[in-house]
Design a protein around this ligand. Structure first.
Ligand code: GRF
Length: 197
């Protein structure tokens, strides 16, 4: 299974996938890593692993549509079976999503706390558990069919940073386990319900 991974930041989720793919039994391989900006650790991680990288910056295109099309064309050129958004901070179009199944991780338990500030919003709300969600990206913000979720506790002395770090630990394990299952056994969509295997 050929994976293209898109990142915007530290790329720790990407690193977990790269490490898992080192074992041929995992059943997947990261064939390219793309980003919407340069000079990020996510791209450096790919380069260190010898994986081709590309950058498509929104600011370098005359319209959002042009940017989206360029990104989709570049991704398609690597012939992925699955695209993984791993901390990619931009929305992609329906046209992009129509070309290849795309999954994303969100650091909260969807449908709670969608958007850019999942850990902060969960902390401010006062929930006692939160977590991370892997979902199939649709046209909305963190609204797509849920593939897997993992739960972590919220502790009394948590800050946004300590909570997000705890979430990210669980998120990486979930991402690696679930993408591996999808790669090896496939998946089926029945309405909003995703069945693995
Ligand atoms: C993850 O928590 C992801 O869910 C969120 O941003 C974080 C990305 O972390 N959208 P990294 O770049 O994979 O380290």
């Amino acid at each position: 299974t050929r994976l293209v991974v898109l990142v915007s930041g530290a790329g720790t989720n990407l690193q977990a996938l790269i490490d898992a793919c080192a074992d041929p039994a995992y059943g997947a391989r990261v064939v390219a890593v793309g980003a919407d900006r340069d000079d990020i650790e996510g791209l450096a991680r790919a380069e260190r692993a010898g994986i081709p990288t590309f950058v498509r910056e929104l600011g370098q295109f005359s319209s959002r549509d042009d940017w989206d099309r360029a990104l989709a064309d570049t991704v398609a050129g690597f012939e992925p079976d699955l695209v993984v958004l791993a901390g990619f901070m931009k929305l992609v179009s329906e046209d992009f999503l129509g070309r290849v199944t795309t999954v994303n991780t969100h650091p909260a338990l969807c449908p709670s706390f969608p958007g850019m500030h999942g850990p902060a919003d969960a902390l401010a709300y006062g929930v006692k558990v939160t977590g991370a969600t892997l979902f199939i990206v649709d046209g909305g913000v963190d609204t797509g069919p849920i593939i897997a979720q993992t739960v972590v506790p919220v502790l009394d002395d948590d800050s946004v940073e300590t909570l997000h770090e705890r979430i990210k630990g669980a998120e990486r394990l979930m991402l690696v386990d679930t993408v591996g299952l999808m790669a090896r056994d496939g998946w089926e969509l029945d309405g909003r319900r995703v069945r693995l295997g």
